[in-house]
Design a protein around this ligand. Structure first.
Ligand code: SAH
Length: 201
């Protein structure tokens, strides 16, 4: 998968490439899809949700320029695959999933694979995880129609936030928090599932 799809897609960071080689993606998809686990596409994981395309997982991870000592927040745990990739690269991963059975399944898969530096929580990721803030990086894998203010607030100075923003086709946006404010960069167009809010708040 890495030689056929990830490297040709332009990913260069050797640590990200090593993580993509190491994490067994077939363990994060339902058995019926395990034959397709190493093809570069999204796959259904139940509850109308999908595991993201591996080349997108790799490129979103790469632009965050993660360090071994980083503490990272992920919104939209899904299968737990992106969390596992992050766990290979940083000190601590906190991940929030709104669909409880997906959160439980992801937690189990991550535990079976021996990841001890990931915590999974069921809840509304729009609100972030204030008790654990600040975060060196935040990655959102479901699309809100605007950047959630709590995520801006929970980003460390020097921190990076990547997220798809919009309805339908979304813009993948990267923010850098500096001492003065936030620098925004639009990266590419993507299509993630929408970030849902409890009771349509
Ligand atoms: N990162 C995942 C794929 C994410 S799919 C992986 O590696 O498999 C997007 C996920 O975001 C879905 O599981 C969906 O249930 C979840 N989600 C949607 N709205 C959310 C919210 N408000 N808070 C937390 N998770 C949310």
């Amino acid at each position: 998968m890495v030689d056929q799809y990830i490297i040709p897609s332009g990913v260069e960071d050797p640590d990200v490439i090593a993580a993509m080689r190491h994490v067994p993606r077939h363990r994060f998809v339902p058995d019926t899809y395990s034959v397709s686990a190493y093809i570069d596409g999204p796959l259904p994981i139940g509850h109308s949700q999908t595991i993201s395309q591996p080349s997108l997982v790799a490129s979103m991870t790469e632009v965050l320029k993660l360090k071994k000592t980083d503490k990272v927040l992920e919104i939209g745990t899904g299968s737990g695959y992106q969390a596992a990739i992050l766990a290979e690269l940083v000190d601590k991963v906190l991940t929030i999933e709104i669909v409880e059975p997906l959160a439980r399944q992801a937690e189990q898969t991550l535990a079976e694979l021996g990841y001890k530096n990931v915590r999974v929580r069921t809840g509304d990721g729009y609100l972030g995880w204030p008790e654990e803030a600040p975060f060196d990086a935040i990655i959102v894998t479901a699309a809100p129609d605007h950047v959630p203010q709590p995520l801006f607030d929970q980003l460390a100075i020097g921190g990076r936030l990547i997220l798809p923003v919009g309805r339908g086709v979304q813009t993948l946006e990267l923010y850098h928090r500096t001492a003065e404010g936030y620098q925004r960069k639009a990266l590419t167009l993507v299509r993630f599932v929408p970030l849902v809010r409890p009771e349509n708040k």
